[in-house]
Design a protein around this ligand. Sequence first.
Ligand SMILES: Cc1ncc(COP(=O)(O)O)c(C=O)c1O
Length: 493
Amino acid sequence: MVKRSGGALLRGIYIDRQSAVPIYRQLDAALRRLILDGTLRSSQKLPSTRELASDLGVSRITVKSVYEQLLAEGYVQAKTGSGTYVTEALKLEQTPKLTRKKGAILDRNVPLPPRAAPILSSHASARHGATDPFRPGVPALDLFPVKLWNKFVQEASFDADRHYLSYGEVQGSEALRNSIAKHLTDARGLDVEPDEIVITSGAQQAFVLIALVLLSRGDTVWYENPGHIAGRDIMQMMGARVAPVPIDAEGMDLEFAVRQHPKPRMIFTTPSHQQPLGTTMSLARRLALLDYAKMNDAWIIEDDYDSEFRYRGRPLPALSALDSERRVFYVGTFSKSMFAAIRLGYVVVPRNMVETFARAKTLLGQGTSAVTEKAMSDFMENGRFVEHIRRMRRIYRERRDRLFECLVRDCDGLLTPQPTDAGMHMLAWLPRGMDDQAAHRILLDDGIDSLPLSVYSIGAPDRAALVLGFSGVSEKKTPRLVKRMSETLRTHF
Ligand SMILES: Cc1ncc(COP(=O)(O)O)c(C=O)c1O
């Protein structure tokens, strides 16, 4: 039953007794609305609590508590012995009368400032983290030891003095930095001390921090083309001039870059496993790149996002292992080796910049959780991390082989897979003239994910291809999915 106030002034007040919204909330909202839209004008007297209560058939206590709330917030004023009035000289923005649905926020078309345009046009955020099969970069979530991991998280949360429920160290916990330093020395050949590491909420936060601290508007950043999307877009958004550098058989084409884009301030590269083409940078190119950076006072960002997964020979040491003067910001992430929701990564920075990076991280909202950091360092110290990586390496190799076989067998002339010795994705070339974004969309409508090569590129790439993630798809499911992929593409092209 809806009861409406009888007084001419308060005709806009409806009380719905069937509603789940309590009566005092309904009355409170109605009075605010009448004041804000100017129906009740500045200095106008409100009915007495007795009058309004009887009018609406609600208790006087309810009306009183609503008036008190409005008084506390400054909507109304009480005049002793006289009553309650809408606050004098209340400068109200005249919101349009109630043409909108009750309770709905007015859908105003708010203009965005020009600096927001590149945020919307970035391909980075679109469906990031989706888990449809063959989405690149998704680990084998089906095989992640969730129960075991939860034990570590639980232990961290329940420690006796509740230490880890606080903010934690901004630079990241010493224990985790110790574990990471050991891991980097053993697995990546880096000579690094724990106090040179800043823990971040993933590789992307490391890129944001580096850009924030080191880049000025107009600085040139050499960026692999095609290359990692979110890193590129953040550099652009921070005002850098992103200079695309093609990839040849040995990695970033240094000669081209020197010729076309002299004086870079920063160089962004994925030497272990080029994202997305899969090339490993040769030793000669690594040395030349480091030498160039040294001679020209440029910084290098080494994004070592999936180096844990190498299927032939031993993993190559990181580019940073060849750097004798901390010119390279080595960036790592647990998004691939563990799972993306962990939001943990790290960056190795020159010692004298650590404090600046930590403060910048505070300004960005810190982003990492002390509980997760503690769980991760215990997971590493107990040998679980290395064990998990070893297991995943074996599984990903099998998953890679299965996808490759199936593509060769079922997608002849449609998708030509490129062999890869590392990582979690492979490239599959489309026939010349085919639009990779269209192929991606058609497959996506059918529940099969991928990323078109063109979204990684500045300018049109020479050939169209799909980037297919194999790590997240079980060997059992792959044959059926690839058959479907082939049928879908054949019906459309
Ligand atoms: C090449 C590369 N670098 C860095 C990242 C960033 O990962 P995160 O911020 O989750 O650590 C990704 C994620 O997809 C990636 O593919």
